[in-house]
Design a protein around this ligand. Structure first.
Ligand code: PMP
Length: 375
């Protein structure tokens, strides 16, 4: 029995997927080669890529007017690649960013190198919601309070802040924000494939694979076709969406093994019943864990209830002097990687698609047990 893995990413992959990859490691489907050893241009890998794209399209119901690209450099590289590709469209040169935590702040900072960048909304202050005071970055700024320039080339947001543990439960309607023509660009890295995506609202979604979609090394970019082909002259050729799209994600040698693994994860997800089924499971997991934390006076969940992520659950022990003991005993109990991000401290349980309800229940039992012994 393997221990349960609550890492924020790279994170748990479905055991079935790891076992299949192991079985196919030295000889992929009788071709005599590992996936790592085959030409990306050969018929075997072309099939692997095509199936991965088709399965992803099916899982997320991606409309035909969107391209699916496999890129490299992670979501971090997209912080530059997005403005380099989109900000120059129709000579607009400006873009707006919603700030909700560490990842959206990084995106905003990087974008400033490429044009006129404004903050559309931010949760970087204390606030009071329904009489409860909330610290900075523990609440998702309400779309009603955003100011989006109607001539911005795009609006960027991070729909799941992995470190703060915030999730935007519904993408904004750009028309309601008075910016109907502004495309919405979403960093969905840490909840990608955990819930459906409304492509009538998002014009572009990107995600590093290493949470719900596979191993690190491949970044999934889903972009509406009319946004492609407007890259700034300084954009490196390998990062121009037009080149990547025209070459079927093979403008340069793609991260073949990571794409293969993501493809296996997509097939696993289809066997689970698809995104709707995994979303239901994710809701049940999150309700169980937050429900427990809220009922306890030993643990604290800092995030405003309406903004809580189903994927990343930060929490604190009231008595932080117990942190080291909590983590050491958790590992002994087979509950790995519960330490919070260094910028936030405390604990964080990431309960991605591959972490089953059973793991969350064992975590809750451990939390109860630890509280009983120290409370
Ligand atoms: N955005 C979000 C929401 C993330 O969680 C991460 C990584 N944890 C990144 C961006 C950066 O991804 P990468 O390290 O793959 O560049």
């Amino acid at each position: 029995m393997r221990p349960w893995n609550f890492s924020a990413g790279p994170s748990a992959l479905p055991l079935e997927v790891l076992q299949q990859a192991a079985a196919e490691m030295t000889d992929w489907r009788g071709c005599g080669m590992s996936v790592m050893e085959m030409s990306h241009r050969g018929k075997q890998f072309t099939q692997i890529r095509d199936e991965a794209v088709a399965d992803l399209r099916e899982l997320l119901a991606i409309p035909d007017d969107f391209d699916v690209l496999f890129m490299q450099g992670g979501a971090t590289a997209q912080n530059a690649i997005v403005p380099m590709n989109l900000i120059g469209r129709a000579g607009l040169g400006k873009a707006d960013y919603v700030l909700s935590g560490i990842w959206s702040n990084k995106s905003h900072k990087e974008a400033q190198r490429y044009g006129d960048i404004a903050i559309a909304g931010s949760s970087g202050t204390d606030t009071v919601i329904n009489g409860v005071s909330q610290a900075p970055w523990t609440w998702y700024p309400s779309a009603q309070d955003w100011h989006v320039r109607s001539d911005a080339a795009y609006l960027h947001l991070c729909s799941n802040e992995t470190i703060g543990g915030l999730e935007l439960s519904e993408l904004p309607d750009m028309a309601a924000l008075g910016a109907a023509r502004v495309p919405l660009v979403v960093d969905a890295s840490s909840h990608f494939l955990s819930r459906p995506i409304d492509f009538s609202k998002a014009a572009m979604v990107y995600a590093g694979a290493q949470k719900n979609a596979g191993p690190a090394g491949v970044t999934v970019v889903i972009v509406r076709k009319d946004l492609i082909g407007h890259a700034l002259p300084i954009c490196p050729s390998a990062f121009d969406y037009a080149n990547v799209a025209a070459a079927g994600s093979m403008f340069n040698t793609p991260p073949t093994y990571a794409i293969y693994m993501a493809g296996l994860v997509f097939k696993w997800l289809k066997r689970q019943g698809g995104v709707a089924a995994i979303e239901a499971a994710n809701i049940a997991k999150a309700q169980a864990l937050y429900g427990f934390l809220d009922a306890s006076s030993f643990y604290v969940s800092p995030v405003h209830a309406a903004s809580r992520s189903r994927m990343n659950v930060p929490f604190f022990l009231h008595d932080e002097s117990l942190n080291a003991e909590f983590l050491a005993q958790a590992e002994k109990a087979g509950l790995m990687q519960l330490k919070g991000h260094k910028s936030v401290g405390g604990m964080r349980a990431s309960i991605y698609n591959a972490v089953p309800l059973e793991a969350v229940q064992e975590l809750i039992s451990y939390l109860q047990d630890f509280e009983r012994r120290h409370g």
